[in-house]
Design a protein around this ligand. Structure first.
Ligand code: ATP
Ligand code: MG
Length: 410
């Protein structure tokens, strides 16, 4: 019997449920990952016990999704989701179908799951329960729906995108009939909330094989959820863009910047806003993409000015992006490769020496200028900016004395 290394708290929960006369198993993604010898994100437990029973058996529980049969059991301050075997109605938000029916049959619960590799359960007592040959599909490296793919995608269109996401995370192919159904039903993704789509796109882009986004293009998925990809393809730049994403470290901002590097700033912001990303993401990614339009400076003062222009808060990411971008897009151009290395080294040295690169690092402030006779408001702002420009040009000017002098003689 194949054994999986289950964390002790998960074992404990399963044991306690079993001692109380119920069935219980680790289920879904954690079983898949454990078989693949990958560290699971989280361990989900499925049980024949009803939610009320689970609450009675364990001391500390939280009603996470009690309507859908999920109770979080707290052990040593870590939460484990324990969900009653169920048969699902239509899904509304990914984790939660609109209606559910509880069942006492594990196989019924496994049947509702999206892919064969996600439809396995495990307990030390019973071993792996694999009613749909998930292990075979792990060996064949394929993503295959449990049951009839068209039916499964009609129940929940998000599964269409999840298939591509898992193929990117695991480097698997999509089984033929599953793929045919994706092509046929990709349009249905327009019924799915942007929030759910964002989660899957993010996992796809942050995977080891983000270039599998190409499958999403080829099957007609991106036309529905992210048609910028189709535009990139019509520019003849899709493969280049996908390779660039793959060369980026697994960094949310850099990978989205790589994907959208052909867009102008406001298009980037619109696309990310459309996908319901947070303001920080929208701000940083659109600024990185915009920053790539700047010419690289040849001297230290130019680097200070560029840091100020782009913003010190994202300059490190900008440099990281540019290094990879240039080494890929300008492979042959040693000149520009030397230049980005120069900018990077100067940047670190400027930080090291604490050279002034922002208004708050200026040796003089608004109050000082008012004392020197500047009118409140615009005049102060203009004065400070004028002084900052001098200091960006020549760091040695950043003393209060010298700046007062410059201001007086302006
Ligand atoms: P990850 O490693 O990204 O967490 P996962 O397989 O655990 O992957 P989750 O989205 O956390 O994926 O879902 C947990 C399990 O719930 C899945 O393995 C699958 O069995 C089931 N599941 C999740 N979403 C769906 C869905 N839309 N349709 C059917 N089953 C689903
Ligand atoms: Mg999971």
């Amino acid at each position: 019997m194949l054994k999986i290394n289950v964390p002790k708290n998960v074992k404990l929960i399963i044991n306690i449920l079993e001692k109380n006369g119920y069935e219980a198993y680790a289920v879904g993604g954690c079983v898949r990952d454990a078989i693949l010898l990958k560290e699971p994100n989280d361990w989900d437990i499925t049980t024949s016990a009803m939610p009320e029973d689970v609450k009675n058996i364990f001391n500390k529980t939280i009603d996470t999704g009690i309507k859908h049969g999920t109770v979080t059991v707290l052990i040593e301050r870590t939460g484990y989701e324990v969900t009653t075997y169920r048969i699902d109605g239509e899904y509304e938000d990914g984790r939660h179908p609109k209606s559910v029916e509880f069942t006492s049959n594990l196989i019924e619960d496994l049947k509702r799951r999206d892919f064969t590799i996600n439809a396995m359960a495990y307990s030390d007592k019973k071993g792996i329960v694999d009613a749909f040959d998930g292990i075979g599909d792990l060996e064949r490296k394929v993503i295959k729906c449990v049951g009839n793919p068209e039916d499964r995608f009609n129940e929940d269109a998000l599964r269409i995108l999840r298939a591509v996401r898992f193929s990117a995370v695991l480097d698997f192919d999509i089984e033929e009939n599953t793929k045919k159904a994706i092509i046929k039903l990709a349009e249905n993704l327009n019924k799915i909330s942007k929030e759910r789509i964002q989660v899957e796109l993010e996992k796809l882009l942050m995977s080891n094989h983000p270039e599998k986004l190409k499958t999403a293009y080829e099957t007609g998925i991106t036309k529905v959820i992210l048609d910028e990809v189709d535009k990139i393809n019509s520019l003849g730049k899709l493969d280049e863009t996908l390779n660039l994403i793959r060369k980026m470290p697994v960094n949310h901002y850099l990978r989205w910047s790589a994907l959208l590097n052909h867009c102008d700033k406001s298009t980037v912001a619109n696309i990310l806003r459309g996908l319901k990303f947070d303001n920080k993401t929208i701000n940083i990614v659109s600024r990185i993409v915009d920053a790539t339009n700047n010419e690289l400076p040849h001297d230290r003062a130019g680097v200070r000015k560029l840091i100020y222009l782009i913003g010190e808060d994202i300059f490190r990411e900008y440099i990281e992006f540019m290094e990879i971008y240039i080494s890929y897009i300008h492979k042959e151009n040693l000149e520009i490769q030397k230049l980005i290395t120069f900018v990077k080294n100067e940047y670190f040295d400027i930080l090291d020496k604490k050279e002034c690169i922002s208004l708050k690092m200026l040796a003089i402030n608004g109050r000082d200028l008012i004392e020197l006779g500047a009118g409140r408001g615009a005049e102060v702002g203009e004065g400070l900016n004028m002084l900052l420009n001098k200091v960006l040009e020549d760091s040695s000017l950043n003393t209060k004395e010298k700046l007062i002098d410059i201001y007086k003689n302006r």
